[in-house]
Ligand binder design. Structure first.
Ligand code: NAD
Ligand code: DAU
Length: 353
């Protein structure tokens, strides 16, 4: 593809989507970026505040299940690149209510694929990047090798099953219709703008408000942590140089046990935060009942992305966590309004009842 791009970023007001939009607008100021986001509980227009009013940026509030809206946006904006982030993304919510996950992650992705297929048939140029997760591969034992692109799918939660379903649809649109798609499967992200329900922001915020730090089960589950900026740079490389029809794993090479991670966060907070309600923060750690179907270990092998496209992560977990803790410390105005009644009700359901 030559010249400047015209992107439709679904879910661009969420955590990774908004980091990606900031990344892209800075790296490629001549490209046009249109964000489509339904602004669910996880979407936040403030995440994009500094871009509002810029000529090459547009925000549209809307649902990826709305076919008429998709058709008109793709056509009127002459979109060539879809970066599809929109999803219900939290495993615990998928256990409480899987319906929304089927609707957005499967029906929504299908609707977007259909709209893009029709649009692409007249243009014959473009790319549909589907942003997915390592959770589709299931759970690893301690001695198992990390997930590669050929690891069989074995999702264990309604969230990962719905993402797996969407991945299969994307793959099928490439093979059946020739729609130019690429899938990325990424490990756990962290960094600025992550909604408080996820492990790292939840722990940071609970420390700052003096609430207990709920560690599921024995705290020995392992996740492979990737700083969100590194995820964005990987997606950049994939959009520009990825091979159509392919899948790329993206990971941080940072396998950490949950309890070790929470201890690292406590140490950083003790060091960086003045006047904490409880000091030392480790006193707040509380083991709570485990998540049903809790995957034991994820680990991503991103050799393909490294050898074929030259991408490697650049932020160590120590540096990334320090940056993240500093961000939550200095952005109380961002997270305080998110501890809404709805959030408290959700919190009660998961951690108390
Ligand atoms: P998020 O929950 O923070 O954001 C999701 C965004 O999608 C929100 O802005 C929300 O308003 C929007 N959205 C939800 N339903 C929609 C709909 N029907 N129509 C339009 N917009 C809708 O999620 P995230 O953590 O930023 O994840 C983004 C994507 O990356 C997801 O597809 C997720 O599966 C994938 N992913 C996430 C991680 C991670 O660690 N967070 C890792 C790998 C892959
Ligand atoms: O692996 C990629 C996935 O990472 C993404 O696809 C998902 O969208 C994203 O939410 C994330 O899923 P996880 O379930 O791994 O992330 P979460 O932050 O919810 O939990 C991380 C680990 O911490 C997990 O083992 C569960 C544990 N945990 C989580 C919370 C919220 C706790 O022990 N206590 C908690 O309160």
């Amino acid at each position: 593809m030559r010249g400047s791009r015209r992107l439709l970023v679904t879910g661009g007001a969420g955590f990774i989507g908004s980091n990606f939009v900031h990344y892209w607008c800075e790296a490629y100021p001549d490209d046009r970026v249109v964000v489509l986001d339904a602004l669910t509980y996880a979407g936040n227009r403030h995440n994009l505040a500094s871009l509002e009013g810029q000529e090459n940026f547009r925000f549209v509030k809307g649902d990826i299940c709305d076919r008429a809206l998709l058709d008109s946006l793709l056509q009127e904006e002459n979109i060539d690149t879809v970066a599809h982030f929109a999803a219900e993304s939290h495993v615990d919510r998928s256990i409480l209510g899987p319906g929304a996950f089927i609707q957005t992650n499967i029906v929504g992705t299908f609707t977007l694929l259909e709209a893009f297929r029709k649009h692409w048939e007249t243009r014959q140029e473009g790319i549909f990047l589907h942003v997915s997760t390592d959770e589709v591969y299931g759970s690893l034992n301690p001695s198992d090798r990390a997930f590669t692109e050929t690891t069989p799918y074995a999702p264990n939660s309604p969230y990962s099953a719905s993402k797996a379903g969407s991945d299969h649809l994307v793959r099928a649109y490439y093979h059946t219709y020739g729609v130019p798609t690429i899938i990325t499967n990424c490990s756990n992200n962290y960094g600025p703008y992550q909604f408080p329900e996820k492990l790292i922001p939840l722990m940071c915020i609970n420390i700052l408000i003096g609430k207990s730090l709920p560690v599921y089960g024995d705290g020995q589950n392992i996740r492979d942590w990737l700083y969100v900026g590194d995820h964005c740079s990987a997606l950049d490389v994939v959009i520009h140089h990825g091979k159509l029809g392919e899948t790329y794993n993206i990971g941080g090479n940072n396998e950490v046990k949950n309890l070790d991670l929470v201890n690292m966060l406590c140490q950083l907070m003790d060091e960086l935060a003045p006047n904490l309600p409880v000091h030392s923060c480790k006193k707040l750690i509380a083991f709570v009942k485990d998540r049903p179907g809790h995957d034991r270990r994820y680990a991503i092998d991103s050799t393909k992305l490294k050898t074929e496209l030259g991408w490697t992560p650049s932020v160590t977990v120590e540096e990334g966590l320090r940056r993240t803790v500093e961000w939550y410390l200095t952005h109380r105005d961002w997270w305080e309004p998110l501890l809404s009644e709805e959030y408290q009700a959700y919190y009660h359901q998961v951690y108390v009842s």
